[in-house]
Design a protein around this ligand. Sequence first.
Ligand SMILES: [Zn+2]
Length: 85
Amino acid sequence: MNLSPKSKKHFECEDIEKYIQQYLDNMLDEEKKRLFEEHIEYCLPCDKKVEFEKKFKEVVRLKVKQELPKEVVQQKIKFILKSLK
Ligand SMILES: [Zn+2]
């Protein structure tokens, strides 16, 4: 028997919603991180969501850093959204 109670634990889509920011900030503990990554591996919508959030954060960070004009940021976001379709 290799079905320990632990291996039955898994993340639902709502857990991904809940932890996505912490995941991106690298604030999750090892186990949660593992469960998180496990979920996005087989759940495409969540995978896309994480991808989007990740890119979105990068753009926001860039904006903060370089004071990009609003149009440029909007352009980038549009581009990201397109690439995710
Ligand atoms: Zn999901």
